[in-house]
Design a protein around this ligand. Structure first.
Ligand code: SF4
Ligand code: SF4
Length: 337
């Protein structure tokens, strides 16, 4: 009934409670390069605009507190007090919220003074709040924790041997068996940087899950969404036919398999050759770049040196030579007919 249709004396109807807003707190104060934030601006399936503006059916209303979106606001000043949302969450005034972590978490206990990285300041002390302290404060109150990019997932570049920060991923910091107060495990979407649609699709699924409209995300042993990371790069690579025929590129610019130039695709879980990078275009080996295993725990140390034929993980050369030659000859006969 509209106001115009109301009879005098009609009691006004109580407003229906709006659906609670799901807040998304994006903590990009870890050790990282903001690559995941940049990647998200390129997502199309779905786009971040569709998520933020509620352009998808059944999506809960969300409020995104993300430095890339609130570009007018520094952590402590600007058009609104951006960091106040973090303090609200810390005081228990924000529920539900999803905590997104970008960048690896340094070990702030491994030195006698200073800090490795932080995000905003504590109004009580005027001192920076370190990234690990935000995790200590907010993870117990979050509905879900999403670690985006290989740095936040597994430590990444900053966890390389010789780095003094003691950097680690969120599961190493909170514990691999950690669950939120709502029973949701840490979700990791790795990549250096993450593939844009892998990230936006996982955010979307998680928001549906938080709203009770989707089942729990099925995660693999490295806490990655299984539907995105269950196949290897090699299984989706445009060049796999050449591998099968024992034909290998000796230099860049060749359409043949890149394994002898250092491609790790056979043992790496990643859907990028299938999915492409933006709108289906691109995808590391498909466009001439070796797979350097950037979605994997242990990256990069475990997969170095790059640009060299990976040791192990390949079909033994004599077996491949025999089977590859046979396949190539049979294909040539078939094509010729
Ligand atoms: S380029 Fe890499 S992923 Fe592609 S077929 Fe060769 S080894 Fe496999
Ligand atoms: S194909 Fe390899 S290098 Fe490329 S995004 Fe996937 S894991 Fe990273």
């Amino acid at each position: 009934m509209t106001r115009a249709e109301q009879e005098p004396g009609d009691r006004p109807q109580a407003p229906v409670d709006p659906e609670p807003v799901v807040h998304v707190l994006w903590l990009n104060g870890g050790l990282g390069c903001d690559g995941e934030s940049v990647a998200l601006t390129a997502a199309t399936q779905p786009s971040i605009e569709e998520i933020v503006l509620g352009g998808l059916p059944g999506l809960p209303r969300i409020a995104m507190h993300w430095p890339f979106l609130d570009f007018e606001c520094g952590p402590d000043s600007g058009a609104d007090s951006f960091i106040e949302w973090w303090h609200k969450a810390d005081r228990g005034e924000l529920d539900p919220f999803v905590l997104v972590v970008e960048g690896s978490v340094p070990d702030e206990t491994n030195k006698t003074e200073g800090y490795w990285c932080g995000f905003g300041t504590d109004p009580g002390t005027g001192q920076p709040v370190t990234t690990s302290e935000w995790l200590d404060r907010l993870a117990p109150k979050a509905t879900a924790v999403l670690a985006v990019g290989t740095c936040a997932g597994y430590g990444g570049i900053h966890a390389m041997a010789g780095n003094p920060t003691g950097a680690m991923g969120v599961p190493d910091y909170l514990g691999w068996d950690w669950k939120s107060k709502d029973g949701i495990p840490i979700v990791v979407v790795p990549g250096c940087p993450v593939q844009p649609d892998n990230l936006s699709e996982t955010i979307l699924h998680l928001l549906y899950q938080v709203a009770g409209r989707a089942p729990a995300i099925d995660l693999d042993e490295a806490l990655r969404p299984r539907w995105l990371f269950e196949t290897t790069v090699h299984e989706g690579c445009d060049r796999a036919g050449y591998y099968e025929q024992d034909e290998f590129a000796e230099r860049h610019g060749s359409p043949k398999c890149l394994v002898k130039l250092g491609c790790w695709g056979q043992v790496v879980k990643c859907n990028v050759p299938k999915r492409g990078w933006i709108n289906g275009i691109g995808g590391c080996p498909n466009v001439g770049g070796i797979c350097i295993a950037c979605t994997m725990p242990g990256f990069p140390d475990k997969f170095m040196p790059f640009m060299e034929h990976p040791a192990g993980g390949n079909t033994p050369a004599p077996v491949r030579a025999v089977s590859g030659t046979a396949i190539r000859v049979l294909r040539e006969i078939r094509v010729a007919r």
